[in-house]
Write a protein that binds this ligand. Structure first.
Ligand SMILES: Cc1ncc(COP(=O)(O)O)c(C=O)c1O
Length: 453
């Protein structure tokens, strides 16, 4: 029997230990600003405590081109790391965008098209999201405009070519086209928060154009649940059990996609969930060293403030290869589950991530994206000596969220011993979060989630 494409997305909103904290409105946040008009179905998917959501047939047809995605036991990788337990890989790199991002891009393009929008505009870091959006717009007959972080576009010019091949218009961010660029001097510089801010502003000032976002929103994590749902069926088919599920975290969609269906299943059946481990970059360590506070999701500060683990939206995140992980905050559902102890987190350096990527390349013949390398490095630690007090006893499932064919420059630096790592200092972190309102901090709780590392 082969595993079938899921026909519903699965939400874990009904099973949260505590309801999501409400957003703070723009008025209380930044003195008013642009609004983001979401199609009603995406709003419903973000707030309703409904477990199953039927996938529209048009989206299913598009999914069929690349799903179900492969899951296999990575025996070569296991041998290379000296694993004590089996390690299973779920691979999302086999579609045109090269990553999991297409799962939500297709759904979003479908809903925006139905709502009468003519053009979608977005911000992208690594470029996978921009490519996914470009592909989804091409499939659903929408125009597409992408603001891509300048350092990323410089490093990966072929991402830009691919998006243009798909018919999208690309701007290197800071683009000079939007007012939010003028705030570069304030330290928001060359970041995903700025690229997103530019896209938000562009959409708000142009007719028939809507802003869309790839990760972090509760609905995008819902769309990514196909990853976890398929994984559960594929593990069952292999008669395999795991006690740890790992994914890399930018804002949280691929991690949420692979991990949250396991949380929902455990709550629905009253069973013990596996430990859900978010692997983040040590250059943007919101879940291990950030604060749980109300913060902006982009550099305009125009949308509501959301409750998130954050290192501060104005913190100038050092330029790193894993651009998809260079985001200051975690999704509100991921943050809420971190706060209630329903998921764990560990930080991984760029060197560790790319080393793990090299191992996967050599021993599984799969070249992963540097972002996925973070999940692989965390999985390798959990399957061997352990990390941050966690150690797998049965097996580890890890999401290989994308391929690294357009990231070979990063691997070249690894091979030439030229990689750098820059973790934020405690002082820099404290100053970046000092103006934020905490969501809830008990007496004696340290302001930062971790301590100095
Ligand atoms: C390959 C890859 N993996 C992981 C991530 C981070 O994912 P998320 O934003 O879903 O947390 C990204 C983001 O761009 C990515 O491109």
């Amino acid at each position: 029997m082969t595993v079938e494409l899921p026909t519903s997305w699965r939400s874990t909103l009904p099973y949260l230990s505590e309801p999501l904290p409400p957003d703070l409105t723009p008025e209380s946040a930044s003195g008013g600003g642009v609004g983001v008009n979401l199609p009603m179905e995406l709003v419903r998917q973000s707030v309703l405590e409904r477990e199953y959501w039927q996938i529209p047939s048009e989206v299913l047809d598009a999914y069929r081109k690349f799903r179900p995605t492969p899951l296999w036991r990575a025996t070569g990788f296991e041998r290379a790391i000296g694993a004590r337990v089996p390690v299973y890989m779920k691979y999302e790199g086999g579609n045109i965008s090269g990553s999991h991002k297409l799962n939500t891009a297709l759904a979003q393009a479908y809903y925006y098209k139905k709502a009468g929008v003519k053009e979608l505009v977005t911000g992208t870091g690594a470029g996978q999201w921009g490519t996914a959006m470009a592909a989804a717009c091409a499939l659903f007959g929408l125009r597409c405009r992408v603001f891509m972080v300048e350092s990323s576009l410089r490093r990966k010019p072929y991402r830009g070519v691919l998006m243009r091949m798909l018919g999208a218009e690309i701007h290197s961010s800071p683009s000079g086209l939007t007012a939010v660029c003028d705030r570069r001097a304030d330290g928001i510089g060359n970041s995903l928060a700025l690229a997103i801010g530019e896209a938000v502003e562009y959409a708000a000032t142009h007719e028939g154009v809507a802003f869309c976002i790839g990760s972090g929103e509760t609905y995008s994590i819902l769309h990514q649940s196909v990853i976890g749902i398929e994984s559960q069926a594929q593990l069952a088919e292999l008669d395999a059990g795991v006690d740890m599920v790992v994914g890399a975290v930018g804002a949280g969609s691929n991690f949420g996609g692979i991990a949250l269906p396991f949380h929902a299943e455990a709550r629905a059946t009253g069973s013990q969930p596996p430990t859900l481990v978010a692997a983040e970059s040590s250059t943007a360590p919101k879940l291990t060293r950030g604060v749980y506070a109300y913060d902006k999701t982009d550099a305009t500060g125009s949308g509501p403030l959301e409750a998130m683990y954050t290192i501060g939206s104005d913190y100038p995140i050092p330029d790193a290869h894993s651009a998809g992980l260079r985001f200051h905050g975690a999704a509100k559902i991921i943050s809420a589950m971190r706060h209630t102890g329903d998921l764990a987190a560990t930080a991984v350096t760029q060197q560790e991530a790319l080393d793990a990527g090299r191992l996967l390349t050599r021993h599984e013949a799969v070249l992963p994206a540097p972002e996925s390398g973070h999940a692989l490095a965390a999985a390798a630690k959990l399957a061997t000596a352990g990390a941050d007090g966690m150690r797998a006893e049965r097996g580890v499932l890890v999401c290989v969220s994308g391929h690294g064919y357009l990231d070979l420059a990063a691997y070249e630096q690894l091979l030439n011993d030229e990689l750098g790592d820059e973790a934020p200092s405690e002082t820099a972190l404290l100053s970046a979060v000092s103006g934020l309102t905490p969501v809830s901090l008990g007496a004696g709780t340290p302001l930062l989630a971790g301590g100095p590392r």
